[in-house]
Design a protein. Structure first.
Length: 674
């Protein structure tokens, strides 16, 4: 008899990705149809309210606005900047400066200030104040993208705005190249927010809106007609979100930041960032173009780089054309503008000039206000030392998420029935779970057991390779095993699982073992895609971010896979369906604990090398677990010690590990009879 794995009818290496892609594209198609319906029926206001409501739901209550604590800004430093120094490269006599000032008005002051957004979290704002105009000044907020405010994409536009009579505010995002580095890596630390039911995007957006709160405290700023906001790349993303959250944003200028999600993030499998993959973003159908259309008739100048290597011009052009249809339908076509710069992925002085013209018209109501004649070579970067604010480093995404988890723990209801019900809701597990379709290979006797290859199909498009090893004398008890590396890892060469089922031991009663590769593990581990070559890429990040945006975490999918495998195992005549023990290691142990919460017929569960608690992922600076261990919203309901205490069967925990992969003291009782 020839032995070989069962040939799958799909490529296991691409199975999980294509499953996620298909589900994501379905949501984006529904989103596109919703927009078309709104245009066709004229129900644009209802559509916009739906989008705005969903975006607000991503954030909850942000600590911004007049209803929040007033801003108490701490001045750090200030520097008066004179354009003559830029022109001549050194100090010049005041009489000579006065001579040129009448022809070239371009003085401004740098004011560095600190103020809080979240408690203890400081915004490091650099304010550009015009010195050649009389206050009060109009204002523009410039969120920095995945970079730092010291670079030309931010400094030079801010200088230009100030030289055109606008107060401009720059501030660093979390991490990146700015001053707010420790504990603010927007990949490593941003994903932590999933656990507490939050999005790391809140730290980008709240800072931008808190800048408006700060501007309201300045007597030299006129906000009667609102404020403008503009930024490039990640700063443009912040702008497109902030403009839907705060009516004080009266004019917006996102640059080099929008492309259809169906293309870059979904079809091309670009992991992107956790802050742009909020929980259920895809499920709510919030495409990039929806953010623009929902803002109409807010004056928006969308900007793009002709040679942008990230957000391709043809994609942005399509979004601009669709957005213009909404503005036209609302009788506000002139309030939307699309400007194509000759450059690449950047915010140039050419864009700054166009945006000032746009602000002059829509913020000031002065469309004929002349722009100063300021050639590009007049602008130069100010020393980074003159922009630094030295914000606190001890309060960051890491510390704030940890504090949020501690607060949740103090108020959680630990009733076992409530926790088990929460597991079912969180994982989306059906009750009961039906047996899956299965393809079975021929049983092959190997010493004391039969070996059988099986391919389970828990849902269309998903195949789970599995191996059933059952003793010659049956029916009998069985062990269902879940391994996050490979289903055969602990069977190989008389490994621990082979020993546990008494393989090769004729004198001892044997038991069966059913070991399954859940989706994305073992034989179905995804192949590498091009964007994973970048240092911020990663298979675990792609799976975690995308499934979070779907509102169906990859972890939850694996729990359902395991329940499906259990349901199948109970159908086998060789197995006593009431004599099954569940085991798992690594992430497989986490899945096993959740399955045990949903199935009261299990005789017990044993896990090893398993995470001791989700909270420990928030207590170590450098965690060693994959991104999909950060199960979205789980700490709103329970942590692992509470889950284990709520299980209806005996539990044995061997070598529990903390977030850093080190052995963790565990108070979970051990049942050696397992």
């Amino acid at each position: 008899m020839i032995q070989s794995p069962i040939p799958p009818t799909l490529d296991l290496r691409d199975m999980v990705r294509q499953h996620l892609v298909a589900r994501s594209l379905a949501f984006m198609q529904a989103s596109a149809e919703r927009r078309l319906t709104a245009l066709r029926t004229g129900a644009i206001t209802t559509y916009q309210q739906t989008i705005r409501s969903a975006v607000c739901g991503f954030y909850g209550d942000l600590p911004v606005g007049r209803q929040y604590a007033p801003v108490h800004a701490t001045p750090v430093s200030q520097f008066d900047k004179r354009g003559s120094e830029v022109l001549f490269g050194s100090e010049v006599p005041e009489v000579l400066f006065r001579t040129f000032r009448s022809e070239v008005p371009f003085r401004y002051r740098l004011e560095n200030v600190l103020f809080e957004s979240f408690p203890g979290w400081q915004v490091n704002a650099t304010v550009y104040v015009p010195l050649d105009y009389a206050p009060p000044f109009p204002a523009v907020v410039i969120p920095v993208g995945h970079s730092g405010k010291q670079f030309k994409d931010y400094q030079l536009p801010a200088q230009y705005f100030a030289r055109c009579g606008y107060v401009a505010v720059l501030f660093d995002p979390p991490g990146q190249s700015g001053e707010k580095q420790p504990g603010n890596d927007h990949f490593h630390d941003g994903v932590r927010c999933y656990l507490t039911g939050e999005t790391s995007s809140q730290y980008f957006v709240a800072d931008a809106l808190r800048c408006i709160d700060y501007l309201e405290t300045r007597s030299d700023v006129d906000l009667r007609r609102g404020v403008a906001m503009t930024g490039v790349s990640g700063g443009g993303t912040t702008t497109t979100l902030a403009m839907l959250l705060d009516p004080r944003v009266a004019v917006a200028g996102p640059s080099c930041c929008v492309t259809p999600l169906a293309d870059l993030d979904i079809a091309q499998c670009y992991a992107g960032c956790p802050e742009t993959h909020m929980w259920r973003r895809y499920a709510e159908g919030i495409d990039e173009v929806d953010l623009l259309c929902a803002a109409a008739p807010l004056p928006i100048m969308l900007m793009a780089g002709q040679h942008d290597e990230v957000f391709h011009l043809e994609d942005t052009q399509r979004l601009a054309d669709e957005t213009r249809q909404f503005y036209t339908a609302l009788g506000a076509a002139e309030r939307f503008s699309f400007f194509v710069d000759k450059g690449g992925h950047a915010y140039t002085l050419a864009q700054a000039r166009e945006f000032v013209r746009f602000m002059n018209r829509w913020l000031l109501g002065e469309p004929d206000r002349p722009l100063p004649d300021l050639p590009d070579d007049l602008f130069a970067l100010d020393p980074y030392s003159e922009l630094q604010c030295a914000p606190r480093q001890d309060v960051n995404i890491f510390s704030l998420t940890r504090a949020r988890a501690q607060a949740l723990e103090a108020t959680r209801d630990c009733d076992p029935a409530r926790i088990r019900a929460a597991v079912r809701i969180l994982t989306g597990a059906p009750d009961p779970t039906p047996p899956p379709q299965a393809v079975t290979g021929a049983a092959f006797q190997v010493w004391t057991h039969y070996w059988q290859s099986i391919l389970l199909q828990p849902e269309p498009g998903i195949k789970l390779p599995a191996t059933l090893l059952y003793p010659l004398d049956h029916p009998g008890p069985a062990l269902l095993h879940l391994d996050d590396q490979h289903r055969h890892r602990l069977l190989y060469r008389q490994g621990p699982l082979a020993q546990a089922v008494h393989f090769l031991q004729r004198e001892q009663p044997g038991r069966a073992i059913f070991t399954v590769d859940l989706r994305g593990w073992g034989d179905s581990a995804p192949a590498i895609y091009p964007y994973e070559l970048a240092w911020w890429g990663g298979l675990d990040r792609y799976l975690a971010y995308t499934s979070a945006a779907l509102g169906d975490a990859i972890f939850s999918m694996r729990v359902r896979d395991a329940l499906s495998a259990l349901a199948y195992l109970r159908t086998r005549p060789e197995i006593d369906p009431d004599q099954i023990v569940l085991s798992g290691c690594g992430m497989g142990g986490l899945v096993a604990l959740h399955v045990a919460a949903l199935d009261e017929r299990l005789q017990g569960v044993k896990v090893w090398d398993c995470l001791s608690s989700f909270r420990t992922l928030l207590e170590v600076e450098a965690y060693t677990w994959p991104a999909d261990a950060f199960v979205p919203q789980v700490l709103l309901h329970y942590d692992l010690p509470e889950l284990i205490a709520a299980l209806p069967c005996p539990v044995q925990i061997d070598n529990p590990l903390d977030g850093g992969g080190q052995r963790s003291d565990s108070t979970v009782p051990s049942h050696d009879d397992l």
